[in-house]
Design a protein around this ligand. Structure first.
Ligand SMILES: *Cc1c(COP(=O)(O)O)cnc(C)c1O
Length: 381
């Protein structure tokens, strides 16, 4: 046997880190069904409830009728069609960028950018809490990676070298829900002559005017960063991702990013659905306000219960627990009370920082938040 899978899996299980997939009997929503049981769902990323919006579903259906089930080829062969081109143009209008390129997943988009751009002559500076897709892409590139303490601009400034490469951060951090200090990152990148890449998977759609994301929320423009990445699988309720920046950047990636060139393009019907999702999200101020109201309600109630929340004003609300086993037990107690949350354990988060990652959405109702709080009060008693 060349691979000893069973002992590796057994060790992971013994450490309380073995993952089990949960098979849902329902679609995404404020309620999910698992093994015949209904739960209030506080662990999805469909922050605005877009995944069930009728106009988005209808656009996907109409796209299937018009364009067929799949794209048929990679984008440089015959897989690139009008719905993809329209979606790219729509992203440019919405976000104020010159050009955009579509990917099937955010994971692939991050691999594509870092591996196509970084050579061994470059350096990369990554926030320690960057998503796995950024850290793995960085590790797979030949450029040495310097990791700076989370949101610590003084630390980053000490590590920077002039005109050597790429600074990489998220807009909203996926496991902590806090935001990067984007104007300071822009200033450091400009002063040092390095490029800046922002992965806004969790800010796009949720923050800023018309849901333009974390940059807009912090009073910045998207063209103040060289590379903006966003995904369609979170607040846009679909799946897929984009990389935006200059026309030259997009031309370069379309030529040299292997994840783009050698992969079947996303289905045109999906691009039509994403276009409808953007149109919906742009005018979803009501949903964004509802989400903010739910966040305020939850944080107020959690403070009264004395719960240890992270410092987050976004839909991602981490409840810090510490040990993996304790986080699993707490998640289990909540499930017994009809509330579905996910325990996040190392290596997704640093050792000793296991947590419940609670996510709130616009689709929740105030009474759902009240039920979550009373379940938390009982489960932590
Ligand atoms: C979800 C996520 C990704 C990956 O996007 P997918 O489309 O799910 O592959 C990348 N970066 C961040 C910060 C994410 O949260």
């Amino acid at each position: 046997m060349p691979f000893d899978l069973s002992s590796v899996l057994a060790a992971r299980e013994a450490a309380g880190l073995k993952r089990q997939r949960i098979c849902l009997d329902s679609g995404q929503g404020r309620e999910i069904w698992v093994e015949g049981q209904a739960y209030l769902n506080f662990s999805g990323n469909d922050y605005l409830g877009a995944a069930s919006q009728p106009e988005i579903l209808q656009a996907w259906r109409a796209g299937l009728e018009r364009w067929g089930a799949g794209s048929g080829a990679s984008p440089l062969v015959t897989g690139y069609s009008q719905p993809h081109a329209r979606l790219e143009a729509q992203l440019c209008d919405w976000l104020g960028v010159e050009a955009a390129l579509l990917f099937s997943t955010g994971f692939a988009a991050n691999q594509a950018v870092l591996k196509a751009l970084l050579g061994k002559e470059h350096l990369q500076w990554q926030d320690r809490l960057n998503h796995a897709s950024l850290q793995e892409a960085g590790a797979a590139s030949p450029a040495p990676m310097k990791r700076f303490a989370h949101n610590d601009m003084a630390h980053l400034a000490r590590l920077l070298a002039p005109k050597r490469g790429l600074i990489i951060s998220e807009g909203v951090f996926s496991m902590d829900g806090d935001q990067a200090p984007l104007s300071e990152l822009v200033a450091l990148s400009q002063a040092s002559g390095n490029w800046l890449m922002i992965d806004d998977a969790h800010g796009l759609g949720v923050l800023g005017a018309a849901g333009r994301g974390t940059l807009a929320a912090q009073g910045m423009r998207a063209n103040q960063v060289q590379i903006l990445m966003g995904t369609f699988g979170k607040a846009l309720g679909c799946a897929g991702a984009f990389v935006a920046g200059s026309r030259e950047l997009v031309d370069y990636l379309a030529n040299f990013a292997r994840e783009y060139v050698y992969s079947t393009h996303l289905p045109p019907a999906q691009a039509e659905a994403i276009s409808a999702a953007i149109a919906w999200v742009q005018q979803a101020d009501g949903a964004r306000e509802q989400l903010q109201a739910h966040i305020a309600l939850f944080r107020q109630g959690a403070a009264q219960l004395g719960l240890r929340l992270g410092d987050s004003q976004t839909a991602i609300q981490p409840l810090l627990v510490g040990e993996s086993e304790a986080a699993l037990i707490l998640a289990q107690r909540l499930r017994q009370r009809g509330v579905w949350v996910t325990a996040i354990r190392p290596p997704t988060v640093p050792a000793g920082q296991a947590r419940l990652r609670l996510t709130l959405t616009a689709a929740h109702r105030p009474e759902d938040i009240a039920r979550l709080l009373s379940a938390l009060a009982e489960a932590t008693a």
